[in-house]
Write a protein that binds this ligand. Structure first.
Ligand code: SF4
Length: 283
């Protein structure tokens, strides 16, 4: 007789999901956002799924020709994944287990520090734990089948499921990413460092990704300056812009940067000069 794991995968494939994997209880030791009980008390396993993005729509978006096809593709596929998650959860319930589809967006844990919310459940870590993805240099979940151009979904269940084999921790960072590093060049805020790693501890293994710069930056103003400085590179990197548009955007970026320099304190901690006729509170 077919195992429950095989039946779950068959069910998902019948609904059009080609990339599907399972992580059982022994494969869920990681950051708090991998703790299933926040979303479903008593859950022990996760079924992770990925649907591919529409390639043509993605190129339209990245070439800045039109965001509409990709936005529509995103909307439709998240609706679809939500529906598939519900159907798969219903199937597991029909097999005598409890199960729930993970809400796919804006579902965060309550936190005191509201500017750094943590997801109720990390679909990215779920995909890595279930063996359908590994971290890329950007930290995104990258699949063998479709790269990082995927929409992720998941179902949590109290069934004690057998795990699929994980991808090696350096599968992409030492493989495709080592030659690519386009996320480093393209990130408008210059968030990643090209040659230095930081690590995520998952199931006793260290998973590398590019080191983030931001925690080391001095101030929001420094971040703004960095962001502006790299606008030019962003446009240069992603082709598809008219030369005139490209030129205008460069001039705009340079003007903004000059304006910030003129009005900004030189060093972190210096205060703005107080304008005549106003007190320090700006009134
Ligand atoms: S290095 Fe390339 S493949 Fe790897 S995460 Fe960055 S953009 Fe994606």
């Amino acid at each position: 007789m077919e195992s429950l794991e095989d039946r779950i995968k068959d069910f998902a494939r019948r609904l059009g999901v080609e990339v599907v994997g399972i992580a059982g209880p022994e494969r869920l030791h990681g950051p708090p956002s991998l703790d299933l009980s926040y979303t479903m008390p008593g859950a022990r396993s996760v079924v992770a799924m990925a649907l591919p993005m529409h390639e043509g729509a993605l190129y339209e978006f990245l070439a800045k020709r039109s965001p509409a096809p990709h936005n529509l593709d995103q909307f439709l596929n998240y609706q679809r994944l939500q529906r598939i998650g519900k159907d798969l959860a219903d199937y597991l319930v029909s097999q005598g287990h409890r199960a729930v589809g993970v809400p796919l967006s804006a579902d965060y844990r309550r936190a005191v520090y509201v500017f750094r919310p943590r997801p109720a459940f990390s679909l990215r870590l779920g995909a890595v734990a279930a063996g359908i993805a590994a971290q890329g240099w950007s930290g995104n979940a990258v699949t063998r089948e479709y790269g990082a151009s995927v929409y992720l979904g998941a179902v949590l269940t109290d069934a004690n499921l057998r795990s699929d084999p994980p991808l090696p921790p350096r599968y992409f960072t030492d493989g495709f990413c080592a030659k690519c590093k386009r996320c480093v060049k393209a990130c408008p805020t210059g968030m990643f460092v090209a040659g230095e790693s930081e690590y995520l501890l998952l199931n006793g293994e260290l998973l590398p990704r590019g080191r983030r710069r931001f925690p080391l930056r001095a101030s929001p103003r420094a971040k703004a300056r960095d962001a502006l400085a790299s606008i030019v590179n962003w446009h240069r990197y992603y082709g598809g812009l008219e030369p005139r548009t490209l030129w205008r955007s460069r001039v705009y970026a340079l003007k903004l940067r000059a304006a910030i320099r003129a009005g900004a304190p030189g060093k972190c901690g210096e205060r703005r000069p107080v304008k005549k006729g106003r007190d320090e509170s700006g009134r």
